[in-house]
Write a protein that binds this ligand. Structure first.
Ligand SMILES: Cc1cc2nc3c(=O)[nH]c(=O)nc-3n(C[C@H](O)[C@H](O)[C@H](O)COP(=O)(O)O)c2cc1C
Length: 187
């Protein structure tokens, strides 16, 4: 297998980033991976819908990499979803053009894992908070993969963050070569 991977990356203040910067460095130049920096491409929020849809059609696995902002995505990625996943393309009559492609959310989280529990101060597991993305993927006939999450990024050491970035690189390579898109299973 040689799945083509598109990374739709959204970070409004990349110059201040530590976690995402390390993760981007780990995957940006991998063969078969297209890196699409949405804030770099659309600083004015004027998204080229045709370009984005073409990119989606050219790839098998769509990764949405971003920091968790207010239990969701940075604003431009929401704008991207609202405009690019439109009727007649992602769903509806003559739609479902993304059917069987995979959706992976790759996310950095300020809070610690323990805070994302019923008794923690964030009250809900991250998987629950990401349900709108899971259901968007389902609605479009895409396969929603288990999110890749790095917790506690505001506190963990550089060394641990480097390990997380390396795990991200390995995960992307493994999806590239071992995920069977027709069955959704790993070979
Ligand atoms: C506007 C904003 C909203 C945030 N919302 C959350 C949140 O809801 N939950 C959380 O755990 N961390 C939250 N954070 C922390 C970010 O997730 C964290 O700063 C980011 O993942 C760090 O990645 P970076 O080093 O690439 O910037 C927020 C940060 C900002 C600036």
């Amino acid at each position: 297998m040689n799945n083509k991977i598109l990374i739709n990356f959204a970070h409004p203040r990349f110059e201040t980033s530590i976690a995402n910067k390390m993760m981007v460095s780990a995957i940006q130049n991998l063969e078969g991976v297209t890196f699409n920096d949405l804030y770099e491409e659309y600083p004015d929020f004027l998204i080229d819908i045709e370009r984005e849809q073409k990119l989606l059609l050219e790839h098998d696995i769509i990764v949405f990499q971003h920091p968790l902002y207010w239990y969701s995505t940075p604003a431009l990625l929401k704008e991207w979803q609202d405009l690019v996943l439109e009727a007649g393309f992602a769903y509806g009559n003559n739609g479902y053009q993304l059917e069987n492609k995979c959706w992976l959310t790759a996310i950095t989280v300020g809070g610690a894992y323990e805070s994302y529990t019923e008794s923690g101060y964030n009250s809900y597991p991250l998987e629950e908070l990401l349900k709108p993305f899971e259901q968007t993927a389902n609605f479009c006939g895409m396969r929603y993969l288990k999110p890749f999450a790095v917790y506690d990024v505001l506190r963990i050491s550089r060394e641990k963050m480097r390990d997380a970035a390396e795990s991200y690189r390995k995960h992307i390579i493994s999806l590239q070569s071992h995920l069977d898109l027709t069955s959704g299973s790993y070979s």
